[in-house]
Design a protein around this ligand. Sequence first.
Ligand code: PBG
Length: 352
Amino acid sequence: MVPSSSPTPTVEVTAADADQTEINTVDLPLVHRPRRLRRTEGLRRMVRETVLTVDDLIYPMFVMEGIGQRHEVPSMPGCHRYSLDLLLVEIREVVGLGIGAIALFPLIPDPKKDNAGTESYNSAGLIPQAVRAIKQIFPQLLVITDVALDPYSSAGHDGIVQDGEILNDETVAVLVKQALAHAEAGADMVAPSDMMDGRIGAIRQALDAEGWINVGILAYSAKYASAYYGPFRDALESAPKFGDKKTYQMDAANAAEALKEVNLDIVEGADIVMVKPALAYLDIIHRIKQQTTLPVAAYNVSGEYAMVKAAAARGWIDEQTVMLETLTSIKRAGADVILTYFAKDAARILGG
Ligand code: PBG
């Protein structure tokens, strides 16, 4: 029996100590007591298997036309759409926090949208203009551009539409032009997020043919048709005008197919393969990491961010702790790189 209340003067009396409940002890013949390694923060740090750092993070950012524009995305508190002048101010802060890479997404005004996504390969368009300005001021910052038609598409789809269908090969031809416009503007990597068949190979070939051998491809390889993209589509006003994206993005029920997509993208020349979303697909991240020697990225998408923000705003969860636990889980599953709207918040805690 353990005496329940005999504190020495130097030990603080806790409520539990003061409690008179009798506690019985048993003799456990234990060789291993795993709790030994959890006893102090020093021990926990020493045996920690997964360590999140700011180097793991890519910050997705939204750019819009105009001057002096800064609008918070209602479903993504803390994330804004910026005109280029204010985007550059924001990037200064991002760089100051030690974040080494950003992923850029454009808000395109309706009059510039059409079925063929013509604006997507305008070499004087919003993204090429932004990339040029960013690389001029922050040459060390890695700038990754999204290659897809949806922000430029009058139908809100990732491809050209004909008779209600999304055309594959015709779309790939446009994506190639878009990737070339981004490369020419100075993008370090292009990130095709459209899920058309054969686009990685076509883009790699075109980049090489034009001399952009050092422009990398971050392939959205296993991108699922997910309801978690809702807030992002609010941000870019890019929700599909009809139907859904299930004829090109993957079915949430499939895992083997993700490995097939990854293998194809690797054969076609991807430098990094990505899984998206992250949290409902940690098993996919894990399986892909086991299968490939390429770096694996995961996209902690807008809906995952929104859920944490919404619950935290109600005081239902502790935002910082949940954020770090979430990002650590994505890394533990096998992600080498994480795209996350939490990048700034995480960097403030992790340090650069
Ligand atoms: C567009 C694209 C989407 C996202 C990244 N690129 C949306 C979609 O496919 O509808 C989603 C990102 C997020 O939800 O944070 N091709």
